[in-house]
Design a protein around this ligand. Structure first.
Ligand code: NAP
Length: 260
C-alpha cells in the first residue's frame, strides 16, 4: 500500500525532506511550489507549481488527490499558505505536520534592532542617509521607496522588476547558501552600516548575521509572523521520523491521533 503525501515547499528543507521520503517505496509524494522563482532548483521528486485558490482550493485538492498526510515545509514568513494549510487539513480531515526551523537567537556582540514587519524596518532606518543591505525577497523591497535617502544594496534570486524608485541602489543576483567570510567581504566592499533581515533561521543565510556581528554592524531584524498551532518538528530528520505515526493517526481517526 502506498501513502499519498503532499509537501508544501519552497525551502531547502522541503527539498531535503522530499528526497528522504521519496526513497520510501510505500510513499507516493508530491512537492508543491508557489511558482515565485523563475528557475527553481531541481527538486528531484514529482512537483506541482502554483497556488490552490485559498484554503478551500487546497482542501478540494487534498480530497481530489486522496492525500493522506499534508506537510507544511514552507518558509517561516510564508504565513498565508501555512494558515491555509491548517484550515484545509481540518476541512478535508487530513493530518498535518509542519517543519518549523527555529529562529536565530542574538549572540554576544550582536546589534539587533527588533521590528515586527517590513514597514517597521523602513521606520527603524530613520532619517539620516545610511548604506543599507536589504537581504529580503524581491516582493518586500519596494517598501523602502518610502525612505529614498538611503543607499541600498539589494540581493535577490530573481531580478527586482521594476527597479526601486530611489536614486542610489545596487542590485546583486545570487542564491544561497552564503559563507560568513564572503558576507563580510560584501559588507566591507559596499561600506554597509545596516543590514535588514528576516529571522529565517538555519545555516544557509546566517553568514550575513555573523558577518554583521564581527564588523559591529546593526541588523534590523524583522520578527516572525504568527503561525498556526499544528504538530511540528524542527528538523528534516525528526519530521521524517514522525510520518508513520501521523499516517497511523489518519487511519485510526482523530481520537487515536490525539492519543486518547
Ligand atoms: P504566502 O504569502 O504565505 O502565500 C501566498 C499564496 O501563495 C498562498 O495563499 C498560495 O496561493 C500560494 N503558495 C504559497 N506557497 C505555496 C506552495 N508551496 N505551493 C502552492 N502554493 C503556494 O507565501 P510567500 O511568502 O509568497 O512565499 C511563497 C513561497 O516561497 C512559499 O512556498 C515559501 O516556502 C517560499 N519562500 C518564501 C520566503 C518568504 O520570506 N516569504 C522565503 C523563501 C521561500 P493560493 O491561496 O492560491 O493557494
Amino acid at each position: 500500500m502506498t501513502h499519498r503525501i503532499l509537501i508544501l515547499g519552497g525551502t531547502t528543507e522541503a527539498r531535503q525532506l522530499a528526497g528522504k521520503l521519496a526513497a520510501r517505496t510505500d510513499v507516493s509524494l508530491t512537492l508543491s511550489l508557489a511558482g515565485r522563482t523563475e528557475n527553481p532548483v531541481a527538486q528531484g521528486v514529482p512537483t506541482r507549481v502554483g497556488g490552490f485558490g485559498g484554503a478551500d482550493g487546497l482542501a478540494a485538492y487534498l480530497r481530489r488527490t486522496r492525500i493522506e498526510l499534508l506537510i507544511d515545509a514552507t518558509h517561516p514568513y510564508a504565513a498565508q499558505i501555512s494558515a491555509n494549510a491548517a484550515e484545509a487539513a481540518q476541512e478535508a480531515g487530513v493530518p498535518i505536520a509542519a517543519l518549523r526551523r527555529p529562529g536565530w537567537e542574538p549572540a554576544e556582540g550582536d546589534r539587533w534592532t527588533l521590528v515586527d514587519s517590513v514597514a517597521g524596518a523602513v521606520t527603524a532606518l530613520a532619517a539620516a542617509p545610511r548604506r543599507v543591505f536589504l537581504a529580503l525577497g524581491r516582493q518586500e523591497v519596494a517598501a523602502f521607496e518610502a525612505v529614498p535617502q538611503h543607499h541600498y544594496l539589494i540581493r535577490s534570486v530573481d531580478p527586482v522588476e521594476p527597479r526601486l524608485a530611489v536614486p542610489d541602489a545596487t542590485y546583486l543576483l545570487a542564491r544561497g547558501p552564503f559563507r560568513e567570510a564572503d558576507e563580510q567581504a560584501l559588507l566591507l566592499e559596499h561600506r554597509i552600516d545596516a543590514v535588514v533581515s528576516k529571522n529565517s533561521g538555519g545555516e544557509a543565510t546566517y553568514g550575513k548575521i555573523a558577518a554583521a556581528r564581527a564588523l559591529g554592524i546593526e541588523v534590523v531584524m524583522i520578527g516572525r509572523p504568527t503561525l498556526p498551532d499544528v504538530a511540528s518538528a524542527e528538523s528534516v530528520e525528526t519530521l521524517a521520523a514522525m510520518v508513520d505515526h501521523l499516517l497511523v493517526g489518519h487511519f485510526l481517526g482523530p481520537a487515536a491521533e490525539r492519543g486518547v
